[in-house]
Design a binder for this molecule. Structure first.
Ligand code: NDP
Ligand code: 2IT
Length: 451
């Protein structure tokens, strides 16, 4: 079997996924990557291919698509499309974020739900996999429009949710404000203060301390652990983090705490470079408070920083790269430049941000590569800690929650590393994550019978 290809026993499964889900390119990409890793599993344990187990894992348990009508500030009726893909509930209630972005379609949500299933399994917590969202574009919308949209979205979605059924959270375009509006509508429609139905809530609604920080902090802990396997650390390293949203901001915060220097970050319009080290308070002010474009950074900071419209942030030389914006944002061409510039480690804060050829280039060059489903699992793991606090009507300190998060990330790292080693590919975190995640889901499914 050649690395980077699907074993001939699994090829018919991939062909069927491509046929059944025509045109859903991101979903094809995510399934292909996992199936590439599974050849080694079925070679060693053929029973995992029994009872169409792998075919069942590739087919979502349920897919919901619905209309979201709402009224904008000018009195016009707008229509968006809503999605929830309830992918796999073998390990617990469906769990995964909601994405509001104009690029959202069923294929994107399906790829995210598929990835989420393995990611959630890797956390070791009792959560299944799901994902949802809408093609709604929040950019430039007033607070009132966001609220009315969230209420209309939840008016349909609420009947499919529940703390034992399906528990959404945030993703691109969905943060604390949106979760608050959705929780308010859920509570009103059901007449239940069911805190465990959504995570990423405000503290006073039963939210968890450190949830906002968790994905970025967790990804940084993961990379710290990868670096340690080579006797290295963040101290004194140059890092580039793409995006400037929730994941990017708290990745930058932890890297700075670990003694690294952030030299560039971005949004979908362009990137900023600040050789003196990105001023994170300023990024937070621009993005979290003012909700403006990252170009504002240079206007407010002035001397020493520069803004590049368009272009690729990956042309900025760095030791550590943390793609934290969106899928397929780091291409083979970008990977070659990063390798040429001496990158040591790449940790995916976003879901599937590196294209398959980029991943291959990093791995062939011996760059430490942490795939999203392992490296960014700290967010959903802390969501599971939020569910745990809600179930026990408790509220933990920041320190206790972060200590748990760090421990979970260490375990995920070590599990991926050990699994890669066990299957004859030491240092291959992609293979390790796919196999370790798959085995946990497969065993849980198998024990439930054919469902
Ligand atoms: P946010 O909405 O907070 O931030 C997203 C950032 O990425 C923004 O800077 C945005 O720029 C940029 N971005 C989004 N879409 C594109 C695009 N098509 N092209 C270029 N840039 C883009 O989202 P999050 O930080 O929550 O999510 C970022 C990534 O992390 C996603 O892949 C998400 O799935 C993943 N993730 C999130 C978790 C969480 O807990 N929130 C957990 C695990 C993974 P702009 O403002 O210009 O659109
Ligand atoms: O991709 C992800 O893991 C998330 N958006 C977080 C999901 C969650 O339920 O916290």
């Amino acid at each position: 079997m050649v690395s980077g290809s699907v074993d001939e026993k699994l090829e018919p499964i991939l062909s069927e996924v491509l046929r059944r889900n025509a045109g859903e390119l991101e979903f094809h990409q995510a399934v292909r990557e996992v199936l590439e890793s599974l050849g080694r599993v079925v070679a060693k344990h053929p029973n995992y291919a029994d009872n169409a187990l792998i075919e069942r894992i590739c087919e979502p348990e349920r897919q919901i698509i619905f209309r979201i009508p709402w009224v904008d500030d000018h009195g016009n009726v707008q229509i968006n499309r809503g999605f929830r893909v309830q992918f796999n509930s073998a390990l617990g209630p469906y769990k995964g974020g909601l994405r509001f972005h104009p690029s959202v379609n069923v294929g994107i949500i399906k790829f995210l739900g598929f990835e989420q299933t393995f990611k959630n399994a890797l956390t070791g917590m009792p959560i299944g996999g799901g994902k949802g969202g809408s093609d709604f574009n929040p950019r430039g919308r007033s607070d009132g429009e966001i609220m009315r949209f969230c209420q209309s979205f939840m008016t349909e979605l609420h009947r499919h949710l529940g703390e034992y059924t399906d528990v959404p959270a945030g993703d691109i375009g969905v943060g604390g404000r949106e979760i608050g509006y959705m929780f308010g509508q859920y509570k009103r429609l059901t007449n239940r203060y069911e805190a465990g139905v959504l995570t990423g809530k405000a503290l006073f609604h039963g939210g968890s301390r450190a949830r906002k920080e968790a994905t970025g902090y967790g990804a940084t802990y993961f990379v710290e652990r990868m670096l340690a396997t080579k006797g290295q650390a963040f101290e004194g390293k140059r890092a580039v983090v793409s995006g400037s949203g929730n994941v990017a901001i708290y990745t930058m915060e932890k890297i700075i705490e670990f003694g690294g220097k952030i030299v560039a970050c971005s949004d979908s319009n362009g990137y900023v470079v600040d050789e003196g080290g990105i001023d994170l308070d300023l990024v937070k002010e621009i993005k979290e408070v003012r909700r403006q474009r990252i170009a504002e950074y240079v206007r407010l900071k002035g001397a020493g920083s520069r803004y590049v419209e368009g272009g690729s942030i990956w042309s900025v030389p760095c030791d550590v790269a943390m793609p934290s914006a969106t899928q397929n944002e780091l291409t083979g061409k970008d990977a070659k430049i990063l390798v040429k510039n001496g990158v040591v480690a790449v940790g995916e804060g976003a879901n599937m941000p590196s294209t398959p050829d980029a991943v291959r280039i990093f791995q062939d060059a011996g760059v430490l590569f942490g795939p999203g489903k392992a490296a960014n699992a700290g967010g959903v793991a802390t969501s599971a800690l939020e569910m745990q606090q809600n179930a026990s009507r408790d509220s933990w300190t920041f320190e206790r929650t972060e200590t748990r998060l760090a421990e979970i990330m260490r375990n995920i790292h070590d599990r991926c590393a050990e699994t890669a080693e066990e299957y004859g590919a030491p240092g291959d975190y992609v293979l390790g994550a796919n196999i370790a995640g798959f085995v946990r889901v497969a065993e849980a499914m198998d024990a439930l019978g054919v469902i």
